[in-house]
Every structure is written in structure tokens, then in C-alpha cells.
Ligand binder design. Structure first.
Ligand code: GLA
Length: 350
């Protein structure tokens, strides 16, 4: 029987309380989430001996998510990933966003969805139990047009899948790209994730320029370090002298999963513990980020130091810079066409 408990996670510097929900199944597996950023705080799953460990990075205090978190566990938007120059033109009107990542806009701008206080409520559905968060992003927020109503629902199933459902409407056309930014380390935090095996069903990826904006090409992964079609350790090719890996400081690229609609796109596993995670999504892109900006200075939950590349982020999303690249899948949310999108993290042991 899955239980849900609600408590106060902490208080922000301006006095706002941040509520947390902890969802746990009969085996002790489950997850916790908070209202700030609709963020996944913990995700506990068993290893092959039944020992449960927390496999996501994070912090013990909500304030640290405002000041030093590199988007740990958060929902990122209104537009996840980068927009070149923070500029786009929509319906003949030029829009300028804050450039918070070198010359580009990243993850929704200065105060993206990850830094907003969402409103949570527990939910029970046919698939399981969990939490729904809602947020209103007003017209003009961070320079984006249209009022956007967002809901993100996390549900834990009996067979240990975390289902993430996004439901979004907008009062006017706006670029929109939402993603979940959990940092995974299936061995439990604090160790390198480079030994994890990763398989991604993608024949193509998006090469980038030195500011991580796609060049526009959909390049074959064959013969490159971006070929994950057969499972390999994340670290196997990461030090190859490759211009793309240099631009990213490692992997920080969008792969183009084969097929369309809700489909399995990736599988991550930790050979030592036996924990494995399969990722399914209906989104056209998957950003593979190998924690290159983790510089070994962050001390996270329980005082654990997070070393360089000690986690991997697998962000299901639209292609980066879509508003400026007309041949990419359309990432404009329109009033007449609300968004309903699903991503599933499924856990098992080998
Ligand atoms: C995404 C980006 C990375 C980095 C991280 C957060 O994965 O693609 O470049 O910004 O978020 O540090």
C-alpha cells in the first residue's frame, strides 16, 4: 500500500513556507517532492539485494535550491535549455529574454519555473499515488508572451515507475519546452557516474557551437562518441579528443531518439548495485548532460560532496533553440492546442 505524507520542508529567506510530500510504497521505495520548482528531492529504489538508496542529487534546505542548485531535481521552463542570444520572433514580434548563460537564455531565464513556488496537492489515480503541482506563468514573465497555466503530476506506480505528466495551456502563442532536471546516480550520491551503462535509442544527435546552441544539423551518431545505441559506460568515450565533447566539457547535447509518440528512449544502469532505470517519453529530444559543471564544490544532502560528473541528467524535451530553427519540431504552444505530455522513469534491478 502506497502512502503519502505531507510536511513542511523549510522556509525561504522571504518567509514563504515550502511544503513537501513523501510518497512511499510497501517496499520502502518512492519519492519526495517540494513546491519550490516542483522539485524531486529524493528518489529511493532498491538494489539487487533489496537495499534502498536515494539516487538523485539535492539539498536539505529549500533556500539552497534558490542560490546554488544547478537545477537539481527541478522542473525547468518556460523554455528548458538554450535560446540563442535570448532572442526569437513570433508572429512578427521580436522578443528579448534575459541572457543568463553567456550570450544565451537558459532554462527559462533569471527566475525560471525551477525558482517559482508551485502549489501542490496529493493525487490518487488508476495508475498510482502522487502529487500534482500547478503554476501560473503570467503574460510577459521573463519576456515570454501569453499567460501559461502549467500542471505537473508525479505518480508512483506499484511496479516502481515514476510517471510525470505535463498539462499546459496558454492564452497566446509562446515558445514552450518543459523538462525534468533530476541528476541520477544509481549507486547513491557521492561517486562518479561514469561507470554507469547508458543506452540511448538515437541514430542522430544535434552538434552545437561553442555556446551549446545547435548548429541546425541532425548528424549521425555512428562513428562518434554520441553513439549509445549499444549500452556503454558513460565515461568510455568522454575523454576522446572531439570538438563536440570540447564544446560541452563532456556530454551536454541533445540526442534525437528514434520514433515518435510515447516510446522507450534510454536505459541507465549501475552494474555494481544492479539498479536500472528505463526512460520513456513522447518528446522529440533527449538532452544528455554528464554533470560537467559539477566542479566538486557542491555539498548536498546529508553533507555529501558531489564530485565532477557524479551524476547524469537525461532531459526529455524539445530541441534546444527551436524558436530560431524552423526545421526543428515546432515548440510553440498555442491557445487552440494545449500540451499533454508524458515522461516515465521506470526502475528495476538486474
Ligand atoms: C542543462 C544544460 C547544461 C547545464 C545544466 C545545469 O543540462 O544543458 O548545460 O546548464 O542544465 O547546469
Amino acid at each position: 500500500m502506497t502512502t503519502i505524507a505531507e510536511d513542511l520542508f523549510g522556509t525561504l529567506p522571504d518567509g514563504r513556507p515550502v511544503r513537501r510530500w513523501t510518497v512511499r510504497d510497501g517496499s520502502g521505495a518512492g519519492f519526495s517532492v517540494m513546491e519550490l520548482g516542483a522539485t524531486i528531492l529524493t528518489l529511493d529504489v532498491p538494489d539487487r539485494h533489496g537495499a534502498v538508496a536515494d539516487v538523485v542529487l539535492g539539498f536539505d534546505d529549500p533556500s539552497r535550491y534558490l542560490t546554488e542548485s544547478p537545477y537539481c531535481g527541478a522542473v525547468v521552463g518556460r523554455v528548458a535549455n538554450r535560446i540563442a542570444g535570448g532572442r526569437f520572433t513570433l508572429g512578427g514580434k521580436a522578443c528579448q529574454l534575459a541572457c543568463n548563460n553567456g550570450p544565451n537564455s537558459l532554462h527559462g531565464g533569471t527566475i525560471g519555473f525551477d525558482k517559482r513556488l508551485w502549489s501542490g496537492t496529493s493525487v490518487t489515480s488508476a495508475e498510482g499515488r502522487g502529487v500534482r503541482f500547478t503554476l501560473t506563468s503570467p503574460d510577459g514573465e521573463e519576456g515570454y508572451p501569453g499567460t501559461v497555466e502549467v500542471s505537473v503530476t508525479y505518480v508512483w506506480t506499484e511496479d516502481q515507475r515514476l510517471i510525470v505528466d505535463y498539462a499546459v495551456t496558454s492564452s497566446a502563442p509562446t515558445p514552450f519546452n518543459i523538462s525534468q532536471h533530476s541528476y541520477w546516480n544509481l549507486a547513491g550520491a557521492g561517486t562518479s557516474a561514469l561507470d554507469h551503462l547508458l543506452r540511448i535509442e538515437a541514430d542522430r544527435y544535434l552538434p552545437v557551437d561553442e555556446t551549446l546552441i545547435p548548429t541546425g544539423e541532425l548528424a549521425p551518431v555512428a562513428g562518434t562518441p554520441f553513439d549509445f545505441r549499444v549500452a556503454k559506460p558513460i565515461g568510455r568515450d568522454i575523454e576522446i579528443d572531439d570538438i563536440q565533447l570540447r564544446h560541452g566539457g563532456g556530454y551536454d547535447h541533445n540526442l534525437v531518439p528514434n520514433g515518435s509518440g510515447l516510446r522507450a528512449v534510454a536505459e541507465l544502469s549501475d552494474p555494481a548495485s544492479g539498479r536500472q532505470m528505463t526512460l520513456a517519453t513522447d518528446q522529440p529530444g533527449l538532452q544528455l548532460y554528464s554533470g560537467n559543471f559539477l566542479d566538486g564544490t557542491i555539498i548536498g544532502k546529508g553533507g555529501t560532496l558531489y564530485p565532477h560528473r557524479s551524476a547524469v541528467v537525461l532531459e526529455t524535451q524539445h530541441f534546444p533553440d527551436s524558436p530560431n530553427q524552423p526545421h526543428f519540431p515546432d515548440a510553440i504552444l498555442r491557445p487552440e492546442w494545449p500540451l499533454a505530455s508524458r515522461t516515465i522513469f521506470a526502475f528495476s534491478v538486474a
